[in-house]
Design a protein around this ligand. Structure first.
Ligand SMILES: [Mn+2]
Length: 446
């Protein structure tokens, strides 16, 4: 089975309620941007008109608010690492394909899917924990279309934290543009100071420059909020410092800063550090590592000090799937590959197959052909065969020729394969050449 091949597979550290399953936290009144009379600015034109009350009657939000029921619960969407504008130059693009453009567009479209998730969840705020943009200087198209898409998400406020890719120093013009020209519901969180969201206080730790080398969340414990306020930390960085540059976020920062929740970004896969400290990962995945589609988190803070309720909402279009194909002598590689690959949805799957074990020359040819047949159906397909050894049968060499120049060449190549350790460059090159020779002869004979 393909890891993460199931379209709606859960399997994250937090039990995932994908959009295939009904949400489980739908209850109670929802605050957070839903409260009327907060003097919003309408996006169309610049006229200041009161923003309509969020209309999500099935959640009961409007009704409950009008009744004047006490609003203590706060629900928001947590996402990070959108990396808008990422170009995917590392993905080879066939002449008749446009996979890079499709991947770019999917990231851009993630904004709309996040907004839809927020609406469906009855969340009035989206917090983006850094790296909204892939570079400090996104193109005008990327920037303007991103801002427009966020602006079109009526009833939702976006809080964009500078991360390392769009850090304050390098991306100063970017954040200025967001503040100056951006829609009223899009906020650049450039100050290390609390922001009252109405229902919760956002405690942000914006990234000042690319390699800060210090723990920016150290500022959070000192941020004062009113008695009984919900404290929502927002930061970008690793909790485990792989770079040894220092500056990792301590995993118990929620406790030391009295946070109800710490919304983290930087890690592109979904990761729960602890119930209150979470990485949603990139809403649209960008590498063969995490084995599932991107998600964002719908987070409900039931009240000060209470444990957050977290629901994963799938937002990713593309699945980056990696699968192992162990082969042994005599096995039918085409059948093995077919059994491994997902039956449906291939156009939205980037598939990497790592073949390993052993295969004879006829099997190698069969594997290549099966891969060539399947590849065009996928968004991207790559077969890695460096872990796959070749077995050379005399009968297979006889198929090349029983004598003459071709057979002499084949015998020489085989001798070279046999001479070196299997992973030596000379053995690998000779093996590849022999496999190619075999494939040519087979092709010519058919
Ligand atoms: Mn990132």
């Amino acid at each position: 089975m393909v890891p993460g091949g199931a379209r709606f597979g859960g399997g994250g550290p937090v039990s995932g309620h994908s959009r295939a399953a009904p949400p489980v936290i739908a209850r109670g009144p929802v605050s957070g941007g839903a409260a009327p009379g907060r003097g919003r600015i309408s996006r169309s034109g610049c006229a200041r008109v009161p923003r309509p009350v969020i209309s999500i009657p099935r959640r009961g939000a409007v009704v409950q608010l009008r009744r004047g029921a006490p609003v203590t619960e706060f629900r928001f969407l947590h996402t990070s690492d959108l990396h808008l504008g990422r170009r995917f130059a590392n993905i080879p693009q066939p002449p008749d394909g446009h996979i890079r453009g499709r991947l770019m567009a999917a990231r851009q479209d993630a904004i709309g899917r996040i907004a839809a998730a927020a609406r469906a969840q009855g969340a009035g705020h989206v917090v983006v924990a850094g790296d909204s943009f892939d570079t400090p200087t996104p193109s005008a198209t990327v920037l303007r279309q991103s801002l427009a898409a966020m602006g079109e998400a009526e009833g939702i406020d976006w809080w964009l934290l500078p991360g390392n890719h769009d850090n304050l120093r390098e991306a100063e013009p970017l954040w200025e543009t967001v503040t100056r020209d951006g829609p009223a519901n899009v906020h650049a969180v450039t100050e290390t100071a609390p922001v009252d969201l109405g229902g919760a206080h956002l405690l942000p730790a914006p990234v000042g420059f690319r390699a800060e080398g210090r723990d920016l969340t150290a500022a959070l414990p000192g941020m004062a909020t009113p008695e009984g306020a919900l404290r929502l930390g927002l930061a970008h960085g690793g909790v485990v410092d792989f770079t040894e540059a220092g500056g990792a976020v301590p995993p118990d920062r929620d406790r030391t800063a009295g946070l109800d929740y710490l919304a983290l970004g930087d890690w592109h896969g979904r990761m729960q550090v602890s119930p209150r400290v979470q990485y949603p990962g990139s809403p649209e995945q960008d590498r063969f590592l995490h084995g599932r589609r991107g998600v964002c988190l719908s987070v409900t803070l039931p009240g000060p000090g209470a444990a957050p309720l977290i629901e994963e909402v799938e937002t990713g279009v593309f699945l980056w799937a990696e699968a192992d194909l162990p082969l042994r002598a005599g096995q039918d590689p085409a059948a093995a590959l077919a059994a491994l690959l997902p039956a449906t949805g291939r156009r939205e799957i980037l598939q990497r197959v790592r073949a390993s074990g052993w295969a004879g020359l006829p099997q190698q040819v069969a594997l290549s052909r099966a891969a060539d047949r399947a590849a065009p159906e996928f968004a991207h397909f790559e077969l890695r065969r460096d872990g796959l050894g070749t077995l050379y049968d005399d009968a297979d060499l006889d198929e090349i020729d029983r004598g003459g120049a071709l057979r002499i060449a084949a015998d020489r190549l085989k001798a070279e394969v046999d001479a070196g350790p299997p992973d030596s460059a000379s053995a690998q090159i000779a093996g590849a050449a022999l496999a190619r020779l075999y494939a040519y002869v087979r092709e010519a004979a058919e």
